[in-house]
Design a protein around this ligand. Sequence first.
Ligand SMILES: [Zn+2]
Length: 309
Amino acid sequence: MSDHAAPARGTVLGIDIGGTKLAAALVSADGTILAGDRIRTPDGGADQVFAALGELIERVRGDATPLAVGIGSAGPLDQRHGLVSPVNIPGWRNFPLVDRVRALTGDVPVTLGMDGHCFALGEYWSGAGRGAKTLLGIVVSTGVGGGLVVDGKPLIGQSGNAAHIGHVVVDQDGEACACGSYGCVEAYASGPRMVARAKRRGWRTEEDVDAAVLAADAAAGDELALATFDDGAQALAAGIVATAVTVDLTTVVIGGGVAKAGPVLFDPVQAWVKRLAQLPFITELAVEPAQLDNAGLLGAAHQAWAALA
Ligand SMILES: [Zn+2]
């Protein structure tokens, strides 16, 4: 889908770095994608992965001269020094992504943000959270990540890691989490943790299956699958409500692979939020499915436009 009809002026370059795909696009000030493409994230060492990204950037940029570059990346990352160490890209550890991209694109502002923050910004800019006063975006996938947008600006935090909604503790006596704590949202709501929980209940114990199969079984009425989605939904709702009372949320947008489950996730999330959100200022809290399949990329571009403002 790479095409070079883009004007040479008035665009920024958005880049989205994930463990399964790398995407880049030229994006105008109103959020229109003028040229874009994506590739599978290659295996290999640091330079091999970057070479593939560099080719992608050149192809998408064509003859255009972007005014700024915005990068959204899976974490962890070191925003201050422009370094990334995405968990699912083992070739990049403290990789100087900002400097390497700037070497390709010239001396323009290059911003770097967490993928969850960019997801929230993208949905705020052009998706289900458009214009929300205080937005929480949640990505439910192999982990649970997210971002907050407050009065049109991402809440970054002092280390760049604000809005780790997956690690809000919703049961301090609960299951061990990969982060070292107990009872985090992610320990109940991530795809792999839901699959493991369902198997402990006796669901498809001998099979190598994923959260998409669990969702299909739940949609078909399987009680073990439904109970597991309800547990995940309860944890998500508890994390949402904790955040809502803390920052006075108006809107929640949920995306990511597990959110593609649709009503088997959203129905119980909405029911649990209704039950747990009792203070008057959060009883109208809206919980919506994400609308974009490229929110992270658009959010990265939004970040670049903000750097020019
Ligand atoms: Zn945790």
